[in-house]
Ligand binder design. Structure first.
Ligand code: PEP
Length: 249
């Protein structure tokens, strides 16, 4: 039985003051009876604040990106070891906004995934197709290609300590959500691809759905057999909504 994970992606939002309110509402509202584990992926400058606020709670901390390099002359980059220093357990890699706005190719994403694993972080590998790719009928090829880049670089064993998030690009921040059947089909395909290399790892890996998940649609998505939680953007900024999604999991 896979534990569910509900992870928030705050993206480039927040301030010291607004984070303090949000973190306090989350820590006081997250109850041990939730089936799901919770995590929040916050902007780099607020890692310290969130690390302190989440200490001793059941909510884990994550970052939104990581350098593929270990250290050195890479101005502006943040290494996996630095994220570990600030108490991170998770890090997003290959979010569609990094892929489309910042040129993260499959190879770069695979290198970031590898760097995160080597440092002891749990990477949340984001994969997903654009609207044009879905309309062209290439969803499964795109997602498999993105996953294969990571399998080729790090090997299937690395997925035993990682999370995959299926996020159709057309559903992120748009209010459009994949239907439960559409999401389940892709999740099952991701698991089947991993099973060609290791049945055991495929059976245990958490595969999250992301893309306009909110309290009103969370339950029907989260009850699908291959959906093991959610990666939540907009709704993660509203404590009530994020906690309602966690409760539905
Ligand atoms: C995301 O940014 O990963 C995401 C799923 O965003 P939203 O929930 O706002 O669609």
């Amino acid at each position: 039985m896979r534990t569910k994970l509900v992870a928030g992606n705050w993206k480039m939002n927040g301030s010291l003051a607004s984070n303090a309110h949000l973190l306090s509402a989350l820590t006081s509202g997250a109850v041990a009876s939730f089936n799901a584990k919770l995590a929040v992926c916050v902007p780099y400058p607020y890692l310290s604040q969130a690390n302190l606020a989440l200490a001793g709670t059941t909510i884990a901390l994550g970052a939104q990106d990581v350098s593929e390099h270990e250290k050195g002359a890479f101005t502006g980059e943040v290494s996996a070891a630095m994220l570990m220093d600030f108490g991170c357990r998770y890090v997003l890699v290959g979010h569609s906004e990094r892929r489309s706005f910042y040129g993260d190719t499959d190879a770069v994403v695979a290198a970031k995934f590898d760097a995160a694993c080597k440092a002891g972080l749990v990477p949340i590998l984001c994969v997903g197709e654009s609207l044009a790719e879905r309309e062209a009928g290439t969803t499964l090829q795109v997602v498999t290609r993105q996953l294969d880049a990571v399998l080729a670089k790090s090997g299937v064993a690395a997925l035993a300590a990682a999370v995959v998030a299926y996020e159709p690009v057309w559903a992120i921040g748009t209010g459009l959500t994949a239907t439960p059947a559409q999401a389940q089909e892709v999740h099952a395909q991701i698991r089947a691809r991993i099973a060609t290399e290791s049945i055991e790892i495929a059976a245990n890996v958490q595969i999250l759905y992301g893309g306009s998940m909110k309290p009103s649609n969370a339950a029907e998505l989260l009850c699908q057999s291959d959906i093991d939680g959610g990666l939540i953007g907009g709704a993660a900024l509203v404590a009530e909504d994020f906690l309602a999604i966690a409760k539905a999991a």
